[in-house]
Design a protein around this ligand. Structure first.
Ligand code: SF4
Ligand code: SF4
Length: 281
């Protein structure tokens, strides 16, 4: 069994508790305007355009329809290939087996507290995680999922049984605003929030805040009130993320970072609704 992995971040301090290795899965069903890893969204069609612009010969395109071969040792990380791709894909994606991932964890050593599966949308490859997690847990690591919430967790009993927690995006509470922002509705994400909280598996809710009107105030208010009954048994973290332009596609860079006062106001709203752990990062 293999998964399509865009990249692995060996050591991250912002993707759950402790230092974690992050698996960035390739492919997403959303198309968020503020996505800062747009090369994780799409599927390569093997056009070869990226290889033509690679200044170091790290990409070699052998035939139309085939993803270029990637020679990591020549890659300088210049980003030309990502910028050239019109499919929001990357020629540096790898098919990885469970053994490949275990080998990487072994290299990363004892500093790692666990893994976080992110993306892209890792839940599109849920079957792989269901097999991976028990093996990783046996080695003493915890396993977290970072998701856009579009896949129904009520149908993922086996995965939830081996998952230590879910970090769930609620990008906007208003369905129309959510659709404008992501291209999808939010009904499943909101349903998942309640279901995961009830199961004691909701580690974190995340909302990105921009200067555009995607109803951040309404979202934070509605989500914190909706989940308040579950805080008595579980400390759910609310992470408010100010929009940052880094990595975002050119056409969406005008969204803008909100002033600190806006973030503080949202923070206060969550605390007033009884949340104990609210972070702005
Ligand atoms: S990664 Fe993008 S540019 Fe490169 S071959 Fe695939 S679709 Fe074409
Ligand atoms: S990031 Fe690496 S593979 Fe991509 S164009 Fe630059 S050198 Fe080539």
């Amino acid at each position: 069994m293999t998964a399509l992995i865009n990249r692995i971040i060996n050591y991250s301090g912002v993707d759950g508790p402790g230092i974690r290795t992050v698996l960035v899965f390739q492919g997403c069903n959303f198309n968020c305007r503020y996505c800062h890893w747009p090369d994780t969204l799409g599927t390569c069609n093997g056009c070869g355009i990226c290889a033509l612009g690679c200044p170091t010969g790290a990409l070699r395109h052998e035939a139309p329809g085939k993803t270029p071969d990637f020679f990591e040792e020549y890659c300088t990380g210049c980003g030309s290939c990502i910028n050239a791709c019109r499919k929001d894909a990357s020629p540096k994606i790898r098919r990885m087996s469970i053994k490949d991932i275990l080998d990487r964890l072994k290299e990363n050593g004892k500093r790692i507290r666990g893994i976080t599966c992110s993306g892209g949308e890792c839940m599109l490859q849920a079957e792989f995680m269901e097999t991976l997690f028990p093996i990783v847990k046996e080695k003493g690591y915890s396993c977290l999922i970072d998701t856009n919430g579009s896949i129904d967790f009520e149908e993922q009993h086996n995965l939830l049984a081996v998952c230590d927690g879910v970090m769930l995006d609620i990008k906007a509470f208003d369905p129309q605003k959510h659709r404008e922002l992501t291209g999808w509705g939010n009904e499943t994400a909101v349903k998942n929030a309640v279901y995961l909280a009830r199961r004691g598996k909701l580690a974190e809710v995340r909302t990105v805040v921009t200067t555009a009107d995607y109803g951040a105030r309404e979202t934070v208010g509605a989500v914190t009130r909706l989940l308040r009954p579950y805080l008595a048994v579980q400390d759910i973290r609310y992470r408010l993320i100010p929009f940052r332009v880094y990595g975002v596609r050119r056409e969406f860079r005008a969204l803008g970072t909100p002033p600190q006062a806006v973030m503080e106001d949202l923070c206060r709203e969550a605390l007033d609704n009884g949340w104990r752990t609210v972070v702005v990062t």
